[in-house]
Design a binder for this molecule. Structure first.
Ligand code: C2E
Ligand code: MG
Ligand code: MG
Length: 414
């Protein structure tokens, strides 16, 4: 993502960020509409007005001094706890020593009466600010989720969500070969540009929208897998589709996949589902059943982000798996951190012992790739090898690979 685009995502046009701040500010009445000085003047006017009202109604014994609470609440909303506290103390003085018990006689109030009222004012101020400000992040995040969900639903209906692919390479031998690609959702936002899934998948996952979004990605990936199958013939190639925990526990998942396979006529072996350990572990019984059914259809099952979840290979071996994707967090450190290198090496060994393939994610440097090859890692994915991009980029890479292979076999032919 370019720097300019990243900046743009941080502006108010960002479908997730800017709106949240503006909206939460407006709802809570804390926007910069009222400048601080005006707000102070309004608070003072309210305090003065309250004093005049109570005085004219006959004094503290005759009129309810609760009218001072309006100023305290206003200050709390506008300035927070400190503002509320200062205003409550000012109200205590105004409604105490500065207000006669009876205006006609000019009799002073007893100390314990105005002191008790002062404590009440302070309590009101703190209660209001606690209620407003403590709950604010929660309310703001709930509002942002609702708005994001609405935008996302519209984007999905308008066809603004698309699928990009990142090639996956076989790194055995001297020549690396593209043997698959991961389907990654992207949102082409009219103002923010290309928005990555980290910004919208979590919102979709909290609602039913993940099912429609997931189905769009699945259908697109299946169609694309069909096109690539025609291109490479009987060669090895598989397209990875990410499945979230909510999708995995969806009772309709298998029917959706079966329908998609029927509609696109793609060979099920060309598709695999990437599922994180955390998603597996959410409901192990359901997960095991669903995965077994997907396997019966002929699709592959890959464990995504291995090493970051709550489980381990000890649990994972119970599921019908083909490939373990080692999380980029480990790969990132294998060059300079011996412990990270040991962990990766152990995962690769265990993976092979259990009969699975090992795929390293997030390879960014030639050194990382070399170490992983030495460790016996089978498959690799990362910016060093290929960036995620539109399907055409993977198609061009596959065509270049096929042309190279043809040239190679021609030069070797007698
Ligand atoms: P993931 O499945 O682990 O996908 C790999 C992520 O790593 C992708 O991020 C990819 O662009 C990024 N990546 C690839 N190579 C490198 C590298 O060398 N360095 C670094 N730093 N990153 C690299 P992306 O596309 O932002 O996707 C993030 C996550 O969003 C995915 O993680 C996946 O969990 C989720 N996601 C994406 N598409 C879908 C989808 O269609 N459905 C669901 N449920 N989740 C999706
Ligand atoms: Mg993945
Ligand atoms: Mg991953």
């Amino acid at each position: 993502m370019t720097q300019r685009m990243a900046q743009r995502l941080d502006t108010t046009e960002d479908p997730a960020g800017g709106w949240q701040q503006r909206m939460s500010g407006r709802i809570l009445g804390t926007t910069a509409l009222a400048r601080p000085l005006v707000a102070v003047a309004v608070t003072l006017a309210m305090l003065g007005g309250s004093w005049l009202i109570v005085y004219n109604l006959g004094g503290a014994d005759e009129a309810p001094s609760l009218v001072f609470c309006v100023a305290i609440i206003f200050a709390g909303v506008r300035f927070g706890a400190l503002g509320a506290l200062v205003t409550a103390l000012a109200a205590t003085v105004l409604a105490g020593p500065l207000l006669p018990a009876d205006t006609a006689t000019g009799a002073a109030q007893e100390f314990h009466r105005w002191a008790t009222r002062g404590l009440f004012f302070v309590a009101i101020g703190l209660f209001v600010t606690l209620f407003l400000y403590e709950g604010r992040p929660l309310r703001a995040s709930a509002l942002a989720t609702i708005q994001m969900h609405r935008l996302l639903r519209r984007a999905l209906a308008a066809g603004d969500l698309e699928v990009h692919y990142q090639p996956i390479f076989d790194i055995h031998g001297r020549q690396k070969r593209i043997v698959g690609a991961e389907a990654l959702a992207r949102w082409r936002h009219p103002k923010a540009g290309l928005v990555g899934p980290d910004r919208f998948i979590p919102v979709a996952e909290r609602t039913e929208l993940i099912h429609d979004l997931g189905e769009m990605v699945l259908r697109e990936a299946a169609r694309q897998a069909g096109r690539w199958s025609e291109l490479i013939g009987r060669g090895r190639f598989v397209v990875g589709v990410n499945l979230s925990a909510r999708q995995l526990t969806d009772p309709d998942l298998v029917a959706r996949v079966r329908q998609c396979l029927d509609d696109t006529h793609v060979d099920p072996r060309r598709l695999c589902f990437e599922i994180t350990e955390t998603a597996f572990m959410r409901d192990t019984e359901i997960s095991a059943d669903r995965l077994a059914e997907l396997r019966v259809l002929g699709c592959g099952i890959w464990v995504d982000d291995f090493g970051t979840g709550y489980s381990s290979l000890a649990h994972v071996h119970r599921f019908p798996i083909d490939t373990i994707k080692i999380d980029s967090g480990f790969v990132k450190h294998i060059v300079h951190d011996d412990r990270a290198a040991s962990i990766v090496s152990t995962i690769i060994e265990l993976t092979h012992t259990l009969g699975y393939q090992a795929l390293a994610e997030g390879i960014e440097t030639a050194e990382q790739l070399q170490i992983l090859k030495t460790m016996g890692c089978d498959l690799a994915q990362g910016y060093l090898l290929a960036m995620p991009g539109p399907a055409e980029e993977t198609t061009s890479a596959l065509m270049a690979q096929a042309a190279k292979k043809r040239r190679h076999s021609q030069t070797r032919a007698p």
